[in-house]
Design a protein around this ligand. Sequence first.
Ligand code: ATP
Ligand code: MG
Length: 122
Amino acid sequence: MIYLRGNLGAGKTTLVRALLLALGYRGRVKSPTYTLVESYEVRGLHLRHFDLYRFRDADEWEEAGFRDEFDAKNICLVEWPEQATGLLPDADLSLTFEILQDGREIFLHAYTEAGMKCLNAL
Ligand SMILES: Nc1ncnc2c1ncn2[C@@H]1O[C@H](COP(=O)(O)OP(=O)(O)OP(=O)(O)O)[C@@H](O)[C@H]1O
Ligand SMILES: [Mg+2]
């Protein structure tokens, strides 16, 4: 579970695009602004890219079947996780984006052993 934090336009979707490209995914990577989630399968990995900016209602969570998405088999990257506080499982890793005059700064935090493993591998 990876939380992507930062203002509008901070570069969250761009990082997911770069991640998929680096994994070898060659399809289109749309921002899930309206669909809330986009799914990808690459190199045997199941990725779910959420953008919860427009997420409002806890009932929507159940209706969309989101609860089932958060199992051990999916790698979930979540933009605007603060929109689903209490529904979303805790993060293994969080990436916080800040816009600088020239480029971006990203702060990485690990909260679990799985998250630590990711950071140590960088
Ligand atoms: N590291 C970067 N350096 C310069 N420009 C960037 C960088 N990352 C993203 N951008 C540019 O900033 C714009 C917005 O980026 P992006 O869509 O990734 O933001 P976002 O954080 O996903 O925003 P939102 O919360 O609206 O979904 C894009 O035009 C992108 O090209
Ligand atoms: Mg985005």
